[in-house]
Design a protein around this ligand. Structure first.
Ligand code: ATP
Ligand code: FE
Length: 371
C-alpha cells in the first residue's frame, strides 16, 4: 500500500508519499513565508496563486524522491477541509487530475484529523482511544479519539487559537517573521523573565475545556503600548533595555498561553477518563506543538495523570503532506474512499470542499457546562 498525500488548506503547499507500514518515502513542503511577511498574513487570492504555482512541482518532487510514478500509487489522499476554499481547491484539483489519469481511488481528508492521526506513524503502538490537543494557527481543539472516524470534541476556542496569539505577539514585538511568529517568540522568551509581566490566565471561572486567546492578545498589546515598544523598530536594532522588555513580554505571554493549555488538558483528561477508563495517551500536534516549552509543560501534566505524551517531530506538527497521506491510508484500509474520478473531468468541476468542517460530535458535558 502506497499513498500520495496533498495538502493546500492554508499557506503551505505540501505533498508526501507514505507506505502502509508508516514508512515515509518522501516529504516536500513549499512555504509561502515571504508572501506572509509581504502581506502581513494569509490573503486568500495570493495564497491560491502561490499554491497554483507550486503544486505541480511539489507533487512531482514527492513522487520522484519516492522513486515512484503515479501509476504505482494505491490511492491519492487530499485535504478537503477545513481551510480556505480557494486554496483547498488547488490541491483537490491536482489530486483528482492524477487520480483520474491513472484510475486511482481518492480519499478526502480532514486536516485536523490528520494532525491527530499522524501521531500513529510516530508511535506505531498508539491505539485508540486517545486524547488529542490540536494547537495551530486556526484551531485549538481537545478531541477524544475513540476509534477511526469517531471523535468527541471536548473543547475548542471561543475566539482565537493559540498560534494566532503567538503570531500577533511576534508581529507587535517587531520580530523577524520570515519563519512564522511562534518560533520567534519561543526563542526570544528564553532571554526573558516569565514572571515579570502579570497577564491573567484566560477563562479561570469557566470550568470547561474550552479556550480563549483574544483577551490575552489584548493584555499583550496593552503591555507593549505601555512600554512604548515600537514594532517598526526591528528587534535586531532595539536598545538593550528595549530588547529586554520585549523578551519579558514574550516569556510572560508564553507562560500564560501555555498555562491555559495545561489547565484545560488536566480537566480534559478527567473527562476523557470517565468515558474511556483505559485511556493511556495524550497526543499533542499542530504547528504550536513544535514548541519545546509547550512540550515540556504538557509532559509534566501528562505524568501527573500517569499518561504518556506523544508529540510528533516539528516537521510533522506543522502542516505537511505526510499526515494527509497517512490519514488517507487509515481510511483506505477501512474501505472509506471515493472511486477514481473521470479522466476528462473539466477544470471547473464542482468539488466536495468543506471549508468549515467540525471534527466529531461536541461533548454533552462540554455543551452544558460551557457558559
Ligand atoms: P490549521 O488549519 O491547522 O489551524 P495552520 O495553517 O495554522 O493550520 P500549522 O502549520 O498547523 O498551520 O500551524 C502554524 C501555527 O503554528 C502558526 O501560528 C505558528 O506560529 C505556530 N508555530 C509553529 N512553530 C511554533 C513554535 N515553535 N512555537 C509556537 N508556535 C509555533
Ligand atoms: Fe494545520
Amino acid at each position: 500500500l502506497v499513498v500520495l498525500g496533498i495538502e493546500t488548506s492554508c499557506d503551505d503547499t505540501a505533498a508526501a508519499v507514505v507506505r502502509g507500514d508508516g514508512q515515509i518515502l518522501s516529504q516536500v513542503v513549499s512555504s509561502q513565508a515571504d508572501l506572509l511577511v509581504l502581506y502581513g498574513g494569509v490573503a486568500p487570492k495570493v495564497a491560491e496563486a502561490a499554491h497554483a504555482e507550486a503544486i505541480d512541482q511539489v507533487v512531482e518532487e514527492a513522487l520522484s524522491k519516492a522513486n515512484l510514478t503515479a501509476r504505482d500509487l494505491s490511492a491519492v489522499a487530499v485535504t478537503i477541509g477545513p481551510g480556505l476554499s480557494l486554496c483547498l481547491r488547488v490541491g483537490v484539483r491536482k489530486a483528482r487530475n492524477i487520480a483520474g489519469l491513472f484510475c486511482k481511488p481518492i480519499v478526502g481528508v480532514h486536516h485536523m484529523e490528520a494532525h491527530a492521526l499522524v501521531a500513529r506513524i510516530v508511535q506505531q503502538d498508539l491505539q485508540f482511544p486517545f486524547l488529542a490537543l490540536l494547537i495551530s494557527g486556526g484551531h485549538n481543539l481537545l478531541i477524544l479519539a475513540r476509534s477511526l472516524g469517531q471523535y468527541v470534541q471536548l473543547g475548542t476556542t471561543i475566539d482565537d487559537a493559540i498560534g494566532e496569539a503567538y503570531d500577533k505577539t511576534a508581529k507587535w514585538l517587531g520580530l523577524d517573521l520570515r519563519t512564522s511568529g511562534g518560533p520567534a517568540i519561543e526563542k526570544l522568551a528564553l532571554e526573558g523573565d516569565a514572571e515579570s509581566v502579570k497577564f491573567s490566565t484566560p477563562m479561570k471561572q469557566h470550568k470547561d475545556c474550552n479556550f480563549s486567546y483574544a483577551g490575552l492578545k489584548t493584555q499583550v498589546r496593552l503591555a507593549i503600548e505601555s512600554r512604548n515598544i515600537n514594532a517598526q523598530i526591528p528587534i535586531s536594532s532595539a536598545t538593550t533595555q528595549d530588547r529586554s522588555d520585549r523578551a519579558d513580554i514574550a516569556a510572560s505571554f508564553q507562560r500564560v498561553a501555555v498555562l491555559h493549555l495545561e489547565e484545560r488538558c488536566e480537566r480534559a483528561i478527567v473527562w476523557a477518563m470517565e468515558m474511556e477508563p483505559s485511556l493511556k495517551y495524550l497526543v499533542v500536534s499542530g504547528g504550536v506543538a513544535s514548541n519545546k516549552y509547550v512540550r515540556s509543560r504538557l509532559d509534566q501534566v501528562v505524568k501527573r495523570k500517569s499518561l504518556e505524551l506523544v508529540c510528533p517531530p516539528p516537521s510533522l506538527c506543522t502542516d505537511n503532506g505526510v499526515m494527509i497521506a497517512w490519514t488517507g491510508i487509515e481510511h483506505f484500509r477501512m474501505g472509506r474512499f471515493d472511486p477514481p474520478p473521470p479522466a476528462d473531468e473539466p477544470e471547473d468541476a464542482m468539488y466536495d470542499l468543506r471549508p468549515r468542517w467540525p471534527l466529531g460530535e461536541e461533548h454533552v458535558k462540554g455543551r452544558s457546562e460551557a457558559r
